[in-house]
Design a protein around this ligand. Structure first.
Ligand code: BG6
Length: 478
């Protein structure tokens, strides 16, 4: 522990996802994925939730992931900027279809493998530890069309092949891996989370939990493989976190909050403890949900739990059992009851730094495994001045208050935290809305919602601020 309250080897850094920043969607043999075919605009939500089938580009829509911020061709410049801020780690994801363009091939695409190999080497050149999400919402379109995405058990074979390829090829270059980004998003954005599209009359709940089962088993398979291939590997699960508070002390509200928290923690209960919790088995029984599983699955879940728990945190949530309490606030994909005590971002996401400390404590109490905050940040409209400079004090305020909360959780509560990567350390395409206007970065990228702009990168005020935070190991937050 340093005197500043953060462990000496604390991993400060930033995070991105392939489809939200790489662009180059068809370069060097890359295949098409679900994340490519989600357009900006009103229709987006129906597509990411699997209600509107869109498995290819359609006339009349704009698809921001096609070009994104073109990091595929500019990663050296971008990593140099991360290094200038003093990043100890950089969280990024692999685009599955760069490695296996269709998903079910026997042999990987060498050009895709080389791209990430070079990228990891570039990180290492600056002493930056890569933290790699194996799947950040992406699923090859061919696997969706042919097998129905994660509803199919065959996905286990393809995912295992992907993992084996990555762990073998990047042995010594990458040590920290996350199996599925925000695994609980299957329940809320099933096309994005699991490549699911629903036909009329289908039992959506059952399909979602079947897909969840497959991802959970796949995650254990990945853990097993990772440890076999390199005992140095550390595998994490990843949750879209943010605890539910009861709206009032009415026990019915407390119970509702408990239920909603369980909907999310269900995934981590399995990944961290190694078995399905009784409350889930009972709920499935009551709802008539039958998830097909074999004995070997249960053994994998039991024997290969994760090494650490990572999560994204943007806001807490609120639960009420009273249907009259229905004023909603926007949030990370799914809305919740509005908390009257909190301010909100321009996108209506409520801001609650203490909620981060609460969430860290809940997770620590529940699992006692090391944690990693792999996403946190403020999506805001940035307006550059005449010199192209963005004075983003609002972002600095948001991050400062959350870093303080995390410091309290470490120092005053004793939770074990490995690191902190802010979301969208460079401006990128929003996952929820497809906008560029919703920016999170320390680095401004000249591009708008319609894809216009030079893609030029420039440092915002928060760039120098975060550099100081890292250099002082979290002491200088002013
Ligand atoms: C998380 C995702 O849901 O939140 C990211 O892991 C996403 O991919 C981030 O970008 C912020 O959400 P949004 O909708 O503002 O991009």
């Amino acid at each position: 522990m340093t005197s500043n309250g953060f462990p000496k080897d604390f991993l400060w850094g930033g995070a991105t996802a392939a489809n939200q920043c790489e662009g180059a969607y068809d370069a060097d043999g890359r295949g098409l994925a679900n994340v490519d075919v989600v357009p900006i605009g009103e229709i987006r939500f129906d597509v990411i939730t699997g209600k509107r089938k869109m498995l290819d580009f359609e006339e009349g829509y704009f698809y921001p992931a096609k070009e994104s911020i073109d990091m595929y061709h500019r990663y050296k410049e971008d990593i140099a900027l991360f290094a200038e801020m003093g990043f100890k780690t950089y969280r990024l994801s692999i685009a599955w279809t760069r490695i296996f363009p269709k998903g079910d091939e026997e042999t990987p695409n060498e050009a895709g493998l080389i791209f990430y190999e070079n990228l990891f080497k570039e990180c290492r050149k600056y002493g930056i530890e890569p933290l790699v999400t194996i799947t950040h919402f992406d699923c090859p379109i061919h696997l969706i069309k042919t097998y129905g995405g994660w509803r199919s058990r065959q996905m286990l074979v393809f995912y295992e092949r992907l993992c084996r390829t990555l762990f073998t090829r990047y042995k010594g270059l990458v040590k920290y891996w996350l199996t599925f980004n925000e695994i609980n998003m299957i329940l809320h954005a099933p096309f994005m989370g699991a490549g699911l599209v629903f036909e009329a009359g289908e039992d959506e709940e059952t399909i979602k939990y079947q897909a969840a089962h497959h991802e959970l088993v796949a995650s254990s398979i990945a853990t097993k493989l990772a440890h076999e291939i390199d005992p140095e590997n550390k595998i994490g699960c990843m949750l879209a976190a943010g605890d539910y508070y009861p709206y009032t002390p009415n026990p019915k509200d407390v119970w509702r909050a408990l239920e909603l928290n369980r909907d999310n923690y269900f995934f981590i209960d399995v990944q961290a403890r190694g078995e399905y919790p009784n409350y889930a088995k009972k709920a499935w029984e009551r709802k008539g949900i039958k998830v097909e599983m074999i004995q070997e699955d249960l053994e994998l879940l039991k024997n290969y739990t994760v090494d650490f728990i990572s999560f994204s945190y943007y806001s807490s949530r609120v639960a009420s059992a009273d249907p009259k309490v229905n004023e909603e606030t926007q949030g990370n994909i799914f809305a919740s009851v509005k908390n009257p005590y909190l301010d909100a971002s321009e996108w209506g996401w409520q801001i609650d730094p203490l909620g981060l400390r609460i969430t860290l404590n809940t997770i620590w109490d529940r699992y006692q495994k090391p944690m990693f905050i792999v996403e946190n940040g403020l999506g805001a409209v940035d307006t550059p001045d005449e010199n192209g400079y963005v004075a983003d004090d609002y972002r600095i305020d948001y991050l400062r208050s959350h870093i303080k909360a995390m410091r309290d959780a470490i120092n005053l509560d004793g939770v074990e935290l490995l690191g902190y990567t802010t979301w969208g350390c460079i401006d990128l395409v929003s996952a929820g809305t497809g906008e560029m206007k919703k920016r999170y970065g320390f680095i401004y990228v000249d591009r708008d919602n319609d894809g216009r702009g030079t893609l030029k990168r420039s440092k915002k005020k928060s760039f120098d601020w975060y550099k100081k935070v890292i250099a002082s190991q979290g002491k200088d937050l002013e």
